[in-house]
Design a protein around this ligand. Structure first.
Ligand SMILES: [Zn+2]
Ligand SMILES: [Zn+2]
Length: 114
């Protein structure tokens, strides 16, 4: 729905030449139809998509980390040598399984493509 700058609802109004404009019954203003209507509806739908891999790096459930196996891996941030790890098979069957590590000390997370 469109509204006039005066705040009233614009209604379609057929002109003598057959075209339709939006007309305000409150102030009489006429606005050409299809001028800016509907053009923005599609632009907004472009949401930012993170890849499956990027999503996995963010661990939302901290309790899940407690149940993960521990591996010996050197953290490049703090130098700690213990990290929990988990693996992810990407959707494409061609791609190798990716292993993620998360430092048990500073929680820095990285991936290892093996
Ligand atoms: Zn108006
Ligand atoms: Zn660390």
């Amino acid at each position: 729905m469109d509204f006039c700058e005066c705040g009233a609802l614009l209604v379609p109004d057929k002109q003598p030449d057959g075209s339709v404009v939006m007309k305000c019954n409150a102030c009489g203003k006429k606005i050409g139809a299809n001028s800016q209507t509907n053009s923005k509806a599609f632009e907004i739908k472009q949401t930012i998509r993170h890849s499956e891999l990027e999503k996995t790096v963010i661990i939302e459930d901290e309790n899940a980390v407690e149940t993960m196996p521990t591996a010996t891996a050197s953290c490049e941030k703090c130098g700690h040598h213990e990290a929990v790890y988990w693996q992810l098979q990407t959707r494409s069957a061609d791609e190798a399984t990716t292993t993620f590590y998360r430092c048990k000390k500073c929680k820095f997370t990285w991936r290892d493509y093996g």
